[in-house]
Design a protein around this ligand. Structure first.
Ligand SMILES: *[C@@H]1O[C@H](CO)[C@@H](O)[C@H](O)[C@H]1NC(C)=O
Ligand SMILES: *[C@@H]1O[C@H](CO)[C@@H](O)[C@H](O)[C@H]1NC(C)=O
Ligand SMILES: *[C@@H]1O[C@H](CO)[C@@H](O)[C@H](O)[C@H]1NC(C)=O
Ligand SMILES: *[C@@H]1O[C@H](CO)[C@@H](O)[C@H](O)[C@H]1NC(C)=O
Length: 264
């Protein structure tokens, strides 16, 4: 009986030990300001001020990723010349799209209880100027989001990249994200120029794979264009808004050279 009581106390102690004792307050003001069309925000708070006082063309598309350290994440819109549905938040834990908000109301709070969160701007005809969106995180350490083996955003109008791109094979159990978010508006074509992944044993891509997602304007979220796992190169992929998310995952065995692509 005494042994059981000691055991129970030990279990309670272990169960509570992984929660940090101190909850962190929000920063009084954003600690960084981001003005680029897309990118990674990996700080406790931030202001995304994009084209605030200047005019913005229809078809401007940008994708920011917010990976805050604490699990209560609050967004608030300070200023906006955007149209309805142009600015959205999408939860993106482990690169899976979750709850989405249309960010339209100045001063309202749009909250999540865990990151990762994507901030997307895809302007329609109503947009006249840009926006200022603030993000604050507080509370306990966020253990849900992140966990990416690689995360990179390209703002280049045109470009080319390879993954891993260091002459070495990729690793087991990878979850790598490459975002193409060209700073200037317009459609692009994404073309794979190299592909060497673990061969699947059947028709489906069960092992290592590259998933290409693009922004589908009528639905207002990312949709899958291709899932690739063979060595054949797919035909060029049209990106209507220019935005693409390339998600690479590998399983626990067999690694190969990786892949390469360009966009223009
Ligand atoms: C965010 O920053 C933390 C701490 O500097 C780092 O460990 C983590 O890898 C970063 N996350 C991403 C997705 O870049
Ligand atoms: C967000 O806005 C889009 C386009 O304006 C609309 O179709 C959609 O229903 C809205 N979603 C929510 C959750 O309000
Ligand atoms: C938004 O959240 C902040 C911080 O918790 C709070 O001070 C403010 O009153 C909230 N605003 C609204 C409109 O709920
Ligand atoms: C993107 O642009 C930067 C700065 O102009 C350049 O250094 C970089 O090599 C470019 N990256 C790609 C992938 O084209």
């Amino acid at each position: 009986m005494i042994a059981l009581a000691v055991f129970l106390i030990a279990v309670v102690a272990v169960a509570t030990a992984d929660r940090s004792a101190i909850l962190v307050d929000e920063d009084p003001a954003p600690v960084v300001t981001i003005t680029t069309c897309g990118g990674m925000v990996n700080t406790s708070s931030a202001a995304i001020n994009f084209q605030l006082a200047s005019s913005i063309p229809a078809g401007q598309a940008c994708l920011w990723t917010v990976q805050a350290p604490y699990d209560a994440v609050r967004f608030t819109l300070k200023e906006s010349g955007l149209g309805m549905g142009d600015l959205k938040l999408t939860q993106f834990i482990h690169a899976i799209q979750g709850y989405q908000y249309n960010v339209t109301e100045i001063g309202a709070n749009y909250t999540y209880s865990a990151g990762t969160v994507l901030v997307s701007l895809v302007t329609g005809a109503e947009a006249s100027s840009g926006f200022s969106l603030e993000m604050y995180s507080s509370g306990d350490l966020d253990v849900a989001g992140g966990g990416f083996t690689h995360y990179e955003t390209f703002l280049n109008s045109t470009g080319a990249t390879a993954y891993p791109g260091n002459g070495q094979p990729y690793m087991n159990n990878e979850r790598a994200v490459i975002i193409v978010s060209p700073s200037d508006a317009g459609s692009r074509t994404l073309t794979f120029t190299g592909m060497e992944l673990e061969q699947p044993s059947g028709f489906h891509c069960l092992y290592d794979k590259v998933k290409v997602l693009s922004w589908y304007v009528p639905w207002g979220h990312l949709v899958t264009e291709e899932i690739l796992c063979r060595s054949e190169l797919p035909p060029p992929i049209m990106l209507d808004t220019g935005l693409a998310v390339i998600l690479f995952t590998s399983d626990s065995s067999v690694t190969r050279g990786g892949f390469a692509f360009n966009w223009m």
